[in-house]
Ligand binder design. Structure first.
Ligand code: PLP
Length: 404
């Protein structure tokens, strides 16, 4: 592909992904002729309920849940995280206790933790290594007699680093503490087995793996003590009142089915493109460094930082060339605060500002990766010419290497 074509290239699949035509097709009847409320007892209601049950089963299959009734449909990853953190901590109206979360959690976990602190809870934030990993030993030490919840994400939305969930879950469960993991970025890219990985609560979001926006799931293991945060008509076994978004749930169910069906092939393809980016970007751009773990990372994530670069400028310049990328998570875009994830990993404020997250999807091609590799060096050197942080000496390709 030449730069003249200016084809649009989408490397921001961790922000959101396209609804696949197959998924849209499965959803469509539930907007048109099958629009019943699944709580209604007439035929319209019954057919909606059947579709909802089927979607629940498909999501249960994706995460190896033994019973579809453990799947609670929500409005997205944010609501699932809020329900897990607040719902477990505040069980039976409790207003005190100790929560453990990692420093690199998504804001959908961190903000509920901060909210609970205002009402008397205490929170310990676990540190991470320079590669973004939580040390299970730190979790052992942080647990107290009054710890009510441990929450550590399966894979980070910025760096793609994959946490040792099975070990962390074993430690928490071994002390009788519910273990929650935010698997929003992991779905479709990592095998998930809630029983085998010692997970009590798990959050998913439909739009991150080709389902629609505005639908999510919280897996709640049978017997987990949790209070609803939305009260009303008692839908979703009383855990999440409000008429269920049937079309959304059907779309998420279909997305789960497709994720399982295609996981091996799509992961293999994304991994080879990711590996090309990881090996080629630091060769073609001086002083470029990989963020996150070299191997324990999502198959679709290549996240770099560049000296003397301001990330937002880089995103805009790439956008001019038709390439959609991100500095980190979509929700922090527009914020001048450096990423809390990179700071927790020991990256300096200045370097944290010079980040580029490229997240691949099933439709990306090698040609598109080559186009990025063709365009990026010129864009970076142009930005460095005007950077106030730049050192004046010229830099050659390969200088500085890659800190993997
Ligand atoms: N958790 C993680 C790890 C995420 O990446 C996101 C979205 O970026 C969320 C939670 C929030 O999901 P949603 O946008 O569906 O509310």
């Amino acid at each position: 592909m030449t730069s003249q074509l200016r084809k649009r290239v989408y490397f921001d699949h961790s922000a959101t992904s396209a609804v696949l035509p197959e998924i849209l097709g499965a959803m469509e009847p539930f907007f048109l002729e099958r629009y019943g409320n699944p709580s209604s007892i007439h035929e319209f209601g019954r057919e909606a309920k059947t579709a909802l049950d089927d979607a629940r089963q498909k999501v249960a299959n994706l995460i190896c849940a033994s019973d579809p009734s453990e799947i609670v449909f929500t409005s997205g990853g944010t609501e699932s995280d809020n329900l897990a953190v607040k719902g477990v901590a505040m069980y039976k109206g409790k207003m005190k206790g100790h929560i453990i979360a990692s420093k690199v959690e998504h804001h959908a976990v961190l903000e509920p933790c901060e909210f609970l602190k205002r009402f008397g809870f205490e929170v310990t934030y676990l540190p991470v290594s320079s590669e973004g990993l939580v040390d299970p030993g730190d979790l052992e030490h942080a647990i107290r007699n009054d710890t009510v919840l441990v929450s550590v994400m399966m894979a980070n939305n910025e760096t793609g680093t994959i946490q040792p969930i099975k070990e962390l879950g074993k430690i928490a469960q071994g002390r009788g503490i519910p273990f929650h993991t935010d698997a929003v970025q992991a779905a479709g890219k990592l095998p998930i087995d809630v029983k085998g990985q010692n997970i009590d609560l798990l959050s998913l979001s439909g739009h991150k793996f080709h389902g629609p926006k505005g639908v999510g799931v919280l897996y709640v293991k049978k017997g987990t003590k949790i209070e609803p945060i939305l009260l009303g008509g008692g839908q979703e076994r009383g855990l999440r009142s409000s008429t269920v978004n049937v079309a959304g749930a059907v779309g998420m169910g279909k997305a789960a089915e497709i994720a399982m069906r295609d996981m091996d092939a799509t992961c293999q393809k994304m991994k080879s493109l990711r590996d090309k980016l990881i090996s080629e970007v630091p060769k073609s751009v001086p002083r470029a460094y990989l963020n996150g773990h070299a191997t324990k990372r999502l198959v679709n994530n290549a996240h770099f930082r560049f000296d003397f670069i301001e990330g937002e400028g880089l995103i805009l310049q790439l956008d001019f060339k038709g390439i959609a990328a991100s500095t980190g998570s979509a929700c922090s875009t527009g914020s001048l605060e450096p990423s809390h994830v990179l700071l927790a990993m020991g990256v300096t404020h200045q370097q944290a500002h010079g980040s580029l997250r490229l997240t691949l999807g099933r439709e990306n091609t090698e040609e598109e990766v080559d186009y990025l590799l063709e365009v990026l060096p010129g864009v970076v050197s142009k930005l460095r010419e005007i950077s106030p942080f730049n050192e004046t000496r010229p830099m050659g390709p390969g200088e500085g290497g890659c800190s993997v």
